[in-house]
Ligand binder design. Structure first.
Ligand code: ZN
Length: 150
């Protein structure tokens, strides 16, 4: 991680560039590619802005034009408050289907580690096949989004 040892001035410059790219409507992944930095760094910055209530402003008055990752956390709370427990099971079954496909793809390529866009929010999910029986473990970086332990 080069950013960890970067000076405060570099850090500020990086932030300004991230903010400018957000204002131009680019998503986290696109910004990471543009700046040649890890997507998790950009996502961290986006989460920080969201926590400060500044993220929507970054994406201007028409957030629908370039929606950031879906707010899974808010969705989860809304579902719980509305008593939609059944939706949770449906989502879990969908996740398993997605994971089955991902596992088959990894096996076909001989991979034990891979990343794949999240079925629910589009963030990059890390997948791992563990142990001699190749059990799949997958975790989406979005809070309360997909978690799979086979
Ligand atoms: Zn997700």
């Amino acid at each position: 991680m080069s950013r960890a040892i970067a000076s405060t001035a570099d850090e500020a410059g990086w932030q300004v560039r991230v903010h400018n790219l957000m204002r131009s409507g680019l998503g986290v992944e696109e910004i990471a590619v543009e700046l040649g930095c890890p997507a998790c760094d950009v996502r961290e910055e986006a989460e920080l802005l969201r926590a400060q209530g500044r993220l929507d402003a970054m994406y201007g008055v028409a957030p629908a034009a370039a929606p950031p990752a879906k707010d899974i956390d808010a969705q989860w709370r809304a579902d719980r408050e509305a008593g939609r427990e059944g939706d949770w099971m449906d989502a879990a079954m969908e996740d398993l289907g997605w994971a089955g496909v991902a596992k088959a793809q990894m096996k076909a390529k001989g991979l034990t580690r891979a990343t794949k866009a999240c079925l629910r929010c589009g963030a990059k999910v890390r997948l791992e096949l563990l142990g001699p029986r190749r059990h799949l473990r997958a975790a989406c970086p979005t809070p309360r989004c997909m978690r799979i332990m086979e």
